[in-house]
Design a protein around this ligand. Sequence first.
Ligand code: ADP
Ligand code: MG
Length: 257
Amino acid sequence: MSIQRVTSKWAKTKVMLKSDYLRSYMPPTKLFGRGSLQSMLSEYGMVYVKPINGTFGNGVIRVERTTVPALGYRYQLGTKILFFSTLDQLYHKLAQQTKKRSYLVQRGIHLLKHQKRRFDIRVMVQKNPHNEWEVTGIIGRLAHPAKIVTNYHSGGTPMALERLMGDHANASELAAFKNKLRKVSITIANQLQGAYPNIKELGVDIAIDAKLHPWILEVNTLPDPFIFRKLPDQNVFHKVYRYAVAYGRFKKRSSRP
Ligand SMILES: Nc1ncnc2c1ncn2[C@@H]1O[C@H](COP(=O)(O)OP(=O)(O)O)[C@@H](O)[C@H]1O
Ligand SMILES: [Mg+2]
């Protein structure tokens, strides 16, 4: 039995929204269009527009209503920043940018920062050798200072969550928060397994807001296990890799592809 991969962020989002518990951890998300852009910008002030089949942070755009330098909209893709004074001008640019693929528009979360850089979290959930879902790794990802995504392939830096959360939570708050992450991530795995019976591993991207509420940004099937090599505790990567070998993602002695 081969490992199932699901690329569509929209398909996975719809499956997760069927769970009332998970919905409380998901930023409102719609198919991108003029109507959804307008309504979500007026309701939330900041949104992310992202390709349904994207990876590595490629093509992810942050859009925000602005009052400074003037009333209007701020757009950022990569390190390129543009300002528009009307929604029509903004939409024209986005329509151009998004015409080749389908996109989602999602409520933007104001990510916590560490040394002025945004960060979010990747949680690894895997089938263990007893065929149960287990959270095997949690790691923070610090965005490149000039970027709006935290992905390693877009210049982000994977880093221990303890280091990143030091300014935001004490030890017992962090322990409680990590338990919450585990509970949310296991629930995601069970929920997605109902629709996709042959998934074996998930990489859950989670944003944290100023109230320490976790928000599920997206869920990856076949996530990169190698970022866990960046943790000081090498046991984490070793377990991640051992489980991946057990369900057949890697051959026993293969090295990084
Ligand atoms: N709704 C959002 N609010 C804040 N940041 C977001 C949001 N959606 C995405 N991001 C940022 O962009 C990154 C990439 O988005 P993601 O949905 O994970 O797509 P990809 O498949 O390209 O990784 C996230 O890790 C996060 O840093
Ligand atoms: Mg991601």
